[in-house]
Design a protein around this ligand. Sequence first.
Ligand code: ZN
Length: 179
Amino acid sequence: MGTQGGSEAAAAESFYPSDEDREKWMANAFDMARDALENGEVPVGCLMVYNDEVVGKGRNEVNETKNATRHAEMVALDQLLDWCRHSNLDVRSVCEQTALYVTVEPCIMCAAALRLLNIPVVVYGCRNERFGGCGSVLEVSSANLPQTGTTFKCVSGHRAEEAVEMLKTFYKQENPNGD
Ligand SMILES: [Zn+2]
């Protein structure tokens, strides 16, 4: 890559994850979601990819850390920030070229963070009916909000049924009597 120039739209286009990328990185994100499930966490896995390199990855750590903000995306973001520091690269210019892959639609909090960091594209599996920030509850991803970073594109539905099944399995474990 490395060819600059052209319109912003062209840049965003060249950046759009290919089917092959999606398969590859989402498979990775799903592995992490499964690891979360096996460790008593809400099964969500996330990967941040810059220049075909994973610069951040994470899965939910809310129960383990007793910190309700430790969503997969937040864990991955922290790694990306560390990676930028170690690589001596500017956070903004890295984020502007980073795609985020996550098994479940980012929640409102995470979607806002991704806006603030100017992440241009998010690929996700299933919708997040309770907290989704990319259209399910609020449109944080695309709303015209001044001074809150940039909007980002979403590519949804990749292995969505599988992502939903994992969530169902988790909630069944949490509440075995169901309702
Ligand atoms: Zn979140």
